[in-house]
Design a protein around this ligand. Structure first.
Ligand code: HPA
Length: 282
């Protein structure tokens, strides 16, 4: 959807050098916020805010619930970068376009990436408000952002994916939750589907049989690119609704957003504590 005549590599480099030109010291930790989870940005002491529309070659969000801005500031006393607003396959973007901001972060020197999303629960033990630390994923988009020419200094042609989510980061997230007495925190497998239609009962049953604990329409392309680019990745899914194929209830966007707001304080606490521990090396 980006009509630029520039190569993808040039687009990434142009966006990165624009940001670098405004901010010389880019934090090494970044957070990408998902649907209804934008409140974390409000907790940040913002030093700098750049609208996505001002960044050359950046895609523009078409979804009302996603405002596009890159923020740099302090969160829990630590300098952090926030990508507030993301791009989705269902908007019509390719997975390469969706992940352009992640490549830009790679070029800017980001080494830790926290990705948050709202997701539907498939595991019957989950409930609205459960926070799932992503342990593994299924990419059911039918497209991989690494398809096409590989830029070797960005990452290898055939990257290993035996451990896309570092066990040390998962442990740090669980320890952070314990320390802050945040309840309903579990680990599980996230499946990314194209959307925008939500799942039918039969699809729900099948996704569960495939081994997924939660379903959503985002994050996996970004995680693939971040891992390819040697970033350490933490994925957090806020379970906004639980889908039972035998007693299926309508899934409403308003409910997804409302659950995000209800759970945001717990998620924020977890992230702030996680970032503190990350900087202490454990
Ligand atoms: N399905 C897909 N995406 C979602 C859901 C769901 O049930 N809930 C929040 N995002």
């Amino acid at each position: 959807m980006n009509g630029s005549a520039l190569s993808y590599k040039d687009q990434v480099e142009r966006a990165a050098s624009y940001i670098k030109g405004i901010c010389a010291h880019i934090p090494d930790t970044a957070i990408q916020l998902g649907t209804g989870l934008g409140e974390l940005a409000g907790r940040m002491e913002v030093e700098l805010e750049i609208a996505y529309e001002d960044i050359p070659c950046f895609p523009q969000s078409t979804v009302e619930s996603h405002h596009g801005a890159l923020l740099i500031g302090r969160l829990g006393g630590r300098r952090t970068l926030i990508l507030s607003g993301r791009f989705h396959f269902y908007e019509g973007y390719s997975t390469r376009e969706i992940t352009l901001p992640i490549r830009v972060l790679q070029l800017l020197g980001t080494t830790n990436l926290i990705i948050t999303n709202a997701a539907g629960g498939l595991n019957p033990l989950f409930m609205p408000g459960t926070i799932m630390v992503i342990r593994d994923h299924l990419n059911f988009l039918g497209e991989n952002p690494l398809r096409g020419p590989n830029i070797d200094h960005w990452g290898p042609r055939f990257p290993d994916f035996s451990e896309p989510y570092g066990p040390d980061l998962i442990k740090t997230a669980l320890d952070s939750a314990d320390h802050c007495s945040i309840d309903k925190v579990v680990t599980g497998t996230y499946v990314c589907i194209p959307g925008p239609s939500l799942e039918t009962p039969a699809e729900t049953r099948w996704l569960r049989q495939c081994g997924a604990d939660a379903v959503g329409m985002s994050s996996v392309p970004e995680i693939i690119v971040a891992h390819h680019g040697s970033m350490r990745v933490l994925g957090l899914s806020l379970i906004s609704n639980v889908n039972d194929p035998d007693n299926f209830q309508p899934i409403l966007l308003e409910e997804i957003i409302a659950e995000g707001q209800r759970a945001s304080a717990r998620l924020e606490k977890l992230i702030v504590e996680f970032i503190k521990r990350l900087h202490q090396g454990g």
